[in-house]
Design a protein around this ligand. Structure first.
Ligand SMILES: [Zn+2]
Length: 173
């Protein structure tokens, strides 16, 4: 028993390390559209399987119409290939990704980057049923929507009435 354990143990440790390595490489890939956040922070990696050096990454696309989805998948694949993993990407459409899956750290980075992080679907709405978007620069909630589409289809353009700065708002879905 003891002997069997000592043989198995290093193997298990190696597999765990490889798995952790593959997972951290995949989740540290930067979003090609918003290069301040990693896709791990956006919460779009659902799962990862590792069979020897064959990695299968299960990814939930953010906005289905978003051209960044393919770019994200290619970026994950390239990052893992460089580390010596054969990689397959599988799209997971259900349950669909929502902006609620963005981590706290990811929200903070979006704000620092000048993009208003999405207001949680569950969080407060104003009396008129309008989402209150906070200015990423001065935190004022006195903001107005300029356009449904900002620099990309995933963002709406807003302006802060308090500090007059225009900014992008990461739209909720
Ligand atoms: Zn402001």
């Amino acid at each position: 028993m003891v002997k069997a354990l000592s043989i198995e143990e290093p193997f298990d440790i190696k597999t765990t390390n490889d798995y952790n390595l593959a997972w951290s490489i995949a989740s540290n890939v930067l979003d090609p559209e918003i290069p301040c956040v990693t896709i791990g922070e956006l919460g779009i990696i659902r799962d990862l399987n590792l069979d020897n050096n064959k990695a299968t990454v299960f990814v939930s696309p953010t906005y289905s119409g978003c051209p960044a989805v393919l770019a994200i998948e290619l970026a994950i694949q390239n990052a893992l290939l460089e580390a010596g993993f054969e990689t397959k990407i599988k799209r997971v459409l259900s349950p669909p990704w929502t902006t609620d899956w963005i981590s706290e750290g990811g929200r903070k980075k979006l704000k620092e980057y000048g993009i208003a992080p999405p207001v949680n679907a569950s969080s407060k709405m104003s009396l008129f049923g309008k989402t209150e978007v906070e200015c990423p620069r001065c935190s004022s909630q006195n903001t107005e929507k300029l356009s449904e589409f900002g620099s990309t289809a995933c963002k709406a353009q807003y302006r802060c009435i308090n500090c007059l700065e225009p900014f992008d708002y990461f739209k909720c879905i």
